[in-house]
Structure formats: structure tokens, C-alpha cells
Unconditional design. Structure first.
Length: 87
């Protein structure tokens, strides 16, 4: 059996953390108990933190290259989304 390299393992971890974030969001929406919502929200926050740490590690080691948006692209994106979701 071929062993997994770091990139494959981290990509799998990233995918599982993404799925956990999606499931946490759904669980929060359906939780009617305040205490349970608080637990899920806290867990979701930690999951998001771990997901970002894995992403940062992969990016720093060339396993997940990204192109950062320039200032004009950021301004355009912000302008396009201003006010959305508050209606």
C-alpha cells in the first residue's frame, strides 16, 4: 500500500474540518436548547480555528497556493456585498 504524503493527509483533514463546519452550522440552526447551541457554537469556533491553522500551514509550505486579492478587488467585493443579508 502506498503511504500518504503530508499534502494528501492535510487535504483530507481540511475536507473533514470543512464538513464538520457545515454540519455544525446546521446543528446550530436546529438546536432549540440554549445550552446545546452554546456548546455547538463553541465547538464550531474551535473547528474554524483548526481549519485555518491547517490551511495556513499548507499555504506556507506550498501545498495550498493562493493569489491574494489586490486592494481594488477587495474594495469591489466589499461594495458589491454592502447591505446584502440585512434586508
Amino acid at each position: 500500500m502506498k503511504s500518504l504524503n503530508d499534502k494528501l493527509m492535510l487535504t483530507d483533514i481540511l475536507a473533514h474540518l470543512r464538513d464538520l463546519m457545515i454540519q455544525s452550522g446546521t446543528a446550530i440552526q436546529h438546536a432549540s436548547c440554549e445550552k446545546m447551541r452554546a456548546v455547538i457554537t463553541t465547538t464550531s469556533g474551535r473547528t474554524a480555528k483548526h481549519q485555518f491553522e491547517v490551511f495556513q500551514y499548507m499555504n506556507e509550505h506550498g501545498m495550498y497556493p493562493i493569489k491574494n486579492a489586490d486592494d481594488m478587488q477587495l474594495k469591489e467585493a466589499i461594495k458589491m456585498h454592502e447591505g446584502k443579508g440585512t434586508q
